[in-house]
Design a binder for this molecule. Sequence first.
Ligand code: ZN
Length: 561
Amino acid sequence: MSRTHPELRTPPPLPDGGLRVIALGGLGEIGRNMTVFEHAGKLLIVDIGVLFPEEHQPGIDVILPDFSSIRDRLDDVVAIVLTHGHEDHIGGVPYLLRERADIPLVGSKLTLAFIEAKLKEHKIRPVTVEVAEEDLVDFGPFGLEFLAVNHSIPDALAVAIRTSAGLVLHTGDFKMDQFPLDRRITDLRGFARLGEEGVDLFLTDSTNAEVPGFTTSEGELVPAIEKVFRTAPRRVIVSSFASHVHRIQQVLDQAHAHGRKVAFVGRSMVRNMGIARDLGYLNVPDGLVVDMKVLEKLPANQVCLVCTGSQGEPMAALSRMANRDHVIRITEGDTVLLASSLIPGNENAIYRVINELTRWGANVVHKGNAKVHVSGHASAGELVYCYNLVQPRNVMPVHGEWRHLKANGELAVRTGVHPKGVVIAEDGFAVDLVDGRVRISGKVPAGNVYVDGQTVGGATEAHLKDRRNLAEEGVITVVAIVDADTGLLAEPPDFLARGFVHDEKTFDAVVPLVEKALAKAAEEGVGGATQLEQLISRAVGQWAHRTYRRSPLVIPIVIDA
Ligand SMILES: [Zn+2]
């Protein structure tokens, strides 16, 4: 498998008849999936997702792919294909459409309904092209064919892309559940047919490449979910992803069977389940789903609430219930069912929520103590099957952290793909398919773009460093009134501190250091306010480090007297 060079430069123009593939997100991370295909002067985008921030990225709402490498070529973009409706595949679409609103969005009925609802909040009305499995549609030099795949959201599609450079198959997120609730299985016959035709580049979901065997079927969760509804003495409160239509279908079925009424809680849950029901993806028996006001009047053992917050997101319903910050009060005897995954990075937040809910008297059922979740991604066994069916010439593992990409590449090699045909790329790497061979030809910018409130791209790594610093080390503000003639202090400086442990005497020791720094500056003829501020900042910073082994943020303010 080809390893990579950190010193790659901007790729040269693509050779005539070649195909360039650049992932602007989703490689080395789980999230913000976005792949750009270039051929014959045109661009095709598959998915534009967001990544959710971790604890070391305080104040950030979501993280986007960097669009800068395609920004001056937006007129060349022929379409954005959306493989399915998860946030890490569609969440970034509004931000690109802000720059060019009429790029056609191509996706299945449910995927388009989810993205249209999201775009409505951004006041964007998109151009859409609805497709279904087995459809063939051309966009510029790209001939697209769609194939059914099974995932943790209905109506997911893989896409085959035909160009004169060769045939590409991109799985999107997928697994091979043979008994899904909607009976819509991954189209392995289609995969095999494309294999017969000759797949030149196969992009595959790496998320579960390290997990041996096969991902168990959604249907195998029935006994554990049934048991919750059969044995819960009081209310059942279920938390899941607002897009996991089939999991919520299972919950509705069990609630119905055990004589409970259901209310949806949380904006995204209410919105998505409304869409799924209207489009026929969620089957809701008459009278089962009721308003919260109706539910509140029922006996506790006839109540089921379905809410968001399964990842411990602080603003979601479940976290607020755990913090006693929600109209729904958890009481002794309630059962909380976390019918969801535990996404790496969210563990602390989730366990905090589980502990708080338990403290208020709830019995919490989660994947750690019951079989209430299966993954939406293909395990190693399924990936091997796909490689053997498709027999691709070249493979580019996508959607995963390093270890996942590498494991997936190794599976491809074990099935007989030539190691030189397996390309483990990073975000931004240009992977060129020319004459049936792949090679990395360069690199474009693909860093994190932070959405922070209403600003996009305004917050930088330096801002985040300051925020972490403020949180961990505190801040000291130094106000120095300086005599404009002498350049010396007109009176002793004032110190204001937050988050830095101090008492009234703490800063006495710093005054002579500031005096000394200013005296030296005056002697050397250094006088500008900015330069003096730098000197004060350095003197105070060095003192804090020397004396307390702390590195507070120092904000110096120099005022002319
Ligand atoms: Zn997905």
